[in-house]
Design a protein around this ligand. Sequence first.
Ligand code: GPP
Ligand code: MG
Length: 291
Amino acid sequence: MTTTPRLSPLAATPVLRSDYQRAVAEYWDTHVNDPVNLALGDVDELYHHHYGIGDYDPAVLEAPAPGRDQQVVRELHRLESAQSDLLLDHLGPIAPEHRLLDAGSGRGGTSFMANRRFGCHVDGVSISQYQVDFANTQARRQKAADKVRFHFRNMLDTGLEADSRQAVWTNETTMYVDLDQAFAEFARTLAVGGRYVCITGCSNDLTGGRSKAVSRIDTHYTCNIHPRSAYFKALARNGLVPLTVTDLTPLAIPYWELRARSHLATGIEEAFLTAYKEGSFHYLLIAADRT
Ligand code: GPP
Ligand code: MG
């Protein structure tokens, strides 16, 4: 069977360039009945594809049965939005005229939060046509489509103008890409002095090869978790100079404990808890400036 290559609207090259990228796109185009993300997003129409940080209120687990599940949903969502808020705190001063890039924008949650906070323009890119369509529908529903737009494009070649971005972020998406290729593209699109913020899970070089729990996470999501050192080497090679590095691991554990006890557990919770607690995996925030 011959298939028509899916072309980027801007670039004349296909958006999906390898069997791996096609497998990732296929995953996100088909994993669309995901209550752990849809039920949380329904709380306030911010649909996230990342995890949460901070302590949860233990009272939600003791609430009377009829409303307990919804209280747990609200609490998990509050922690995921707190994670996006922390990422946005690190973007530096953003004005309404600034243009930002959400690299691997999922269903758009962090992009909408950035626009609501700063009034800025945001372009999100995703290699999942389903995610792009979902997020653009949300942009229209939220009357934000004049400033928040999602594109079926590859974060390794966004087609965006050079030096056009005041900030770029990746919210748990770098485990799907080659770091040098991604950081080269972010450095190209960022203005000098612009900020790149990355929240990611990375494996711990100090404990040797990847642990069984980290391998389980990779298999579950079709991703390739990078070692911690790979981030800093690739940033340095691409003119991105770290300003802040925060180990969010202790803040991430309560989210996974609540999720493990919730009706929305997907089966990957124990792998995250094991990896974080044994020290083979870190949840990091890195903010770096483009020189
Ligand atoms: C969460 O997406 C993020 C990823 C799948 C990337 C992997 C992240 C790591 C830190 C390793 P999601 O919100 O769709 O996942 P889930 O459906 O499990 O909530
Ligand atoms: Mg999720």
